[in-house]
Design a protein around this ligand. Structure first.
Ligand SMILES: [Zn+2]
Length: 70
């Protein structure tokens, strides 16, 4: 039983897979594998951030149900 789990990494941080493409992340673009994926993630955040409805459905018709949009 060892208290420290995992291997004593060569680097301080654990390498995580890139959330965009699941490749190993690099220190330069952590937690992404590249600047490109970092931008993709940032773009996603912006798009999703804008699309988050600020509770606009206060008195919407029931006809809206049946769609897959949330
Ligand atoms: Zn990536």
């Amino acid at each position: 039983m060892t208290a420290a789990s995992g291997n004593a990494g060569d680097q301080g941080r654990r390498m995580r897979p890139c959330p965009i493409c699941s490749k190993l992340s690099t220190q330069a673009d952590y937690p992404f594998c590249s600047d490109r994926c970092a931008k993709i993630d940032l773009h996603r955040w912006m798009v999703e951030g804008y699309s988050i409805p600020a509770v606009e459905t206060d008195d919407v018709d029931d006809e809206a149900e049946g769609g897959e949009d949330r």
